[in-house]
Design a protein around this ligand. Structure first.
Ligand code: OGA
Ligand code: MN
Length: 279
């Protein structure tokens, strides 16, 4: 239940809500209950106008579950719970600049993340989100039935490893964990652990192939699914403002950090919430 002073607006027909008038520093149990299902149902909820210290950000995150410490991103030295998603004036490559869902390379992938805008470029730097419920719903009954029987392989080795995608870029030095190896096999279609809805659970960044298929065999079907997933009316744009916070569910959505603000700094603080094995 929400007070009359709280306003809620959809960001797109299938994905995302924007909320104004909530104070996450002192959120009540009934508001948390509303927020938990709003995030699971809509993939992402943006709450505007928050003024949270790092301690308050951490305290809010703990209300969602255990914190999942990211092994690859730079961390805030004072607050190891907080990963730094940041780009400097002189850097060209950003973190998260391709469609993905966080930590799908883990056997128990993170439930979601709570991203807080600390420093924004004068314009640009939006984050796009896409609903994986809508992606599933858009498929034919025949393809849904086939995908229900399939699993897919996820890893981050080709992203964060010594020869990975970031190794060749101007932000190579910010990452940690080059020796970590990740490998997980998840169903291609999952039943969301709390909403009970079916969702597509493959993504262009971390899914390498279908289990039992070669990569060459997998790519055409994966690419078909990816194109469906980001069909135009299935994507919403979150335009950040100072004090905006986004809470997203990695099982219900993908996201993409736009990299259109070269020459400006952007600093986001991310806390990731632990999840569970998916089925
Ligand atoms: C992330 C991420 C998006 C952004 O923090 O996981 O992908 O817009 N960030 O910074
Ligand atoms: Mn991400």
């Amino acid at each position: 239940m929400l007070a009359d002073t709280v306003s809620v607006r959809p960001l797109s027909p299938t994905c995302g809500l924007e909320v104004e008038g909530l104070d996450l520093r002192q959120i009540g149990e009934s508001e948390m209950t509303w927020l938990r299902s709003a995030v699971a149902d809509n993939g992402v909820v943006a709450v505007r106008g928050q003024d949270l210290s790092p301690e308050q950000h951490i305290a809010f995150a703990r209300q969602w579950g255990e914190i999942d410490y990211n092994r690859f991103f730079p961390i805030n030295e004072l607050y190891p719970e907080i990963a730094l998603v940041q780009k400097e004036e002189n850097q060209k490559v950003n973190i998260g600049g391709g469609w993905h869902t966080d930590h799908s390379y883990d056997v128990e992938p993170a439930m979601g993340s709570i991203l807080l805008a600390r420093e924004l470029p004068p314009s640009g730097g939006d984050t796009l989100f896409a609903s994986m419920y809508a992606a599933y719903d858009s498929l034919s009954d025949g393809l849904k039935a086939t995908l229900e029987t399939m699993r897919a392989v996820h890893t981050a080795d080709h992203i964060y490893g010594h020869d990975g995608a970031y190794a060749k870029t101007d932000i190579a030095s910010i990452f940690r964990g080059h020796d970590e190896h990740t490998l997980a096999v998840h169903p291609v279609i999952i039943t969301h652990p709390t909403s009970g809805r079916k969702a597509l659970y493959v993504n262009p960044s971390f899914t390498t192939r279908f289990d039992g298929w070669t990569r060459e065999e997998s790519l055409p079907l994966l690419q078909y699914l990816y194109a469906q997933a980001i069909a135009q009316d299935n994507v919403c744009t979150l335009q950040w403002k100072p004090g905006s916070i986004a809470i997203w569910d990695n099982r219900a959505s993908w996201h993409f950090a736009k990299n259109d603000y070269h020459g400006h700094r952007r600093v986001m603080h991310r806390i990731t919430i632990a999840g569970c094995a998916l089925s």
